[in-house]
Design a protein around this ligand. Structure first.
Ligand SMILES: [Fe+2]
Ligand SMILES: [Fe+2]
Length: 453
């Protein structure tokens, strides 16, 4: 947005310019008098608005009717740019916005917005400036640039945007990681391309994870990258349409791979050896083991199997997504929490993550029934706050299964550090869980493991 301010008072100039820049991201040009003002107008046909003081002291120390000069010029030349006049002024037959001599900055910006017909949504975009940053990891799940993509160079003269990827250019994750290795954390795209970018990202991601020619390790890495992107999205912008669509696609792909891959051993080896974050792996493995365990449980009917896998996968995908750090995800009881020595804010985040995520899910359309309860209860508390001292059987059957499996999966992922065998892990778990409803899950897990190894 381009604005010309015709004003001679230095204080007013700085006040108006900074309000226009801060509120609208506007490019502001200043002239002190009518004649240079109209010269600027004639040279800049893309001008959106002229803010003009009604009367300015003229160069020969007389009063200059600046607003009248500007309005006459605009009318004579049939220009479309809007005019906002400040101070005592009346001119019949002209169209202009007007503020009195003294005004509040908020009145000024509101009037600018109304004069230019800027909606609140558009205002948000304007404030962002011409380019918006996109976390570089977002490009991992993509292979073609939907728009020109820039890197930002901070120069003493202001930020400079240099085009690095042209619209339509193809790239891969390795190429993106080269930028990262050079310290680039964000790439920039034109602000008005944001929706187009997000749509393309989703489309390309969907195309990749449903591409059956891609080997499993590549798919695991892709899903893990998508999980990490969603984690950043939800923590930065909350639940958005984009996040929901992308996570739905991930969950579907995860659930499908779990159901299709009959051999637990192979699946396990794949995920343990593949690239991917701890956060993603622990979520995925809960869903893998749930699909192996459920057929052994009397409450899980065969015909509901796929729906149950989807429910558990959904819960597994989201249950810890609010936790940004691996060390937070690893906290599974009060002792862990104590030993982690967290700052108060981090501690609250950990204590409340189950409750907060369940609340999110409650508001999300199309969430599978029952997923909210599993997420709320995944640390053994019915209200989703804190960690259970003793596990009770007052939780939902699927929540109990989730708790037991998450415990197992966590030990499994620590295999390299702790070196416990599967047998030892199960023995430890039989000590932790005394209630029959929990023991049943451990027994079913044991059975499933014996079947597959
Ligand atoms: Fe977890
Ligand atoms: Fe958790």
């Amino acid at each position: 947005m381009n604005v010309l301010v015709v004003e001679s008072n230095p204080k007013a100039i700085s006040l108006l310019s900074s309000a226009l820049r801060a509120e609208f991201g506007a490019k502001v040009h200043v002239e002190k008098h009518g004649t240079p003002g109209t010269a600027y107008i004639s040279e800049n046909p893309m001008l959106d608005l002229v803010v003009v003081r009604s009367i300015n002291p003229s160069p020969d120390h007389n009063a200059e009717e600046t607003a009248r000069i500007v309005l006459n010029y605009i009318y004579d030349n049939e220009l479309t740019c809007k005019v906002l006049v400040l101070g005592e002024f009346e001119a019949a037959g002209f169209e202009y916005a007007h503020l009195p001599e003294r005004f509040k900055v908020s009145d000024f910006t509101t009037l600018v917005r109304k004069t230019l017909g800027i909606t609140l949504e558009k205002l948000k975009e304007l404030k962002l400036g011409d380019y918006i940053p996109i976390d570089i990891q977002n490009f991992y799940v993509m292979n073609k640039a939907p728009c020109d993509t820039y890197i930002k160079l901070a120069r003493s003269t202001g930020d400079q945007y240099v085009k690095r990827i042209h619209s339509g250019d193809e790239f891969d994750k390795a190429a993106i990681q080269k930028y990262e290795a050079q310290g680039v954390k964000e790439l920039h795209i034109p602000t008005d391309q944001k929706n187009h970018f997000l749509e393309a990202q989703l489309k390309q991601y969907l195309g990749s994870i449903t591409d059956i020619t891609k080997p499993e390790p590549v798919l695991v890495e892709l899903r893990s990258d998508a999980y990490d992107i969603n984690k950043t999205l939800i923590n930065n912008t909350g639940v958005t349409e984009q996040m929901i669509l992308m996570s739905q696609a991930s969950i579907k792909a995860m659930a499908q791979s779990v159901v299709q891959n009959k051999k637990l051993g192979g699946l396990l080896k794949n995920i343990l050896n593949n690239k991917g974050s701890f956060a993603y792996k622990h979520s995925y493995l809960i869903s893998v083991f749930a699909s192996a365990v459920m057929p052994k449980l009397e409450w899980s009917e065969k015909k509901q199997f796929e729906a149950n896998v989807e429910r558990i996968t959904f819960a597994a995908f989201f249950h810890d997504i609010l936790l940004t750090e691996e060390k937070h995800i690893r906290i599974r009881n009060k002792l862990d929490l104590y030993q982690a020595k967290l700052e108060a804010k981090e501690k609250d985040l950990v204590l409340e993550h189950a409750h907060n995520m369940a609340t999110f899910i409650h508001e999300m359309k199309h969430a599978p029934r029952g997923a909210e309860q599993i997420i709320r209860e995944h640390h053994g508390m019915r209200n989703g706050i804190g960690f259970a001292e003793v596990y009770t059987s007052s939780l939902g059957a699927m929540s109990i299964m989730f708790i037991v499996l998450e415990d197992f999966v966590s030990s499994l992922l620590d295999f390299k550090e702790k070196g416990l065998t599967i047998k030892e892990i199960l023995e430890n778990m039989n000590e932790t869980y005394q209630l029959p409803s929990y023991r049943k899950i451990i027994a079913a897990l044991q059975e499933a493991l014996t079947d597959s190894f």
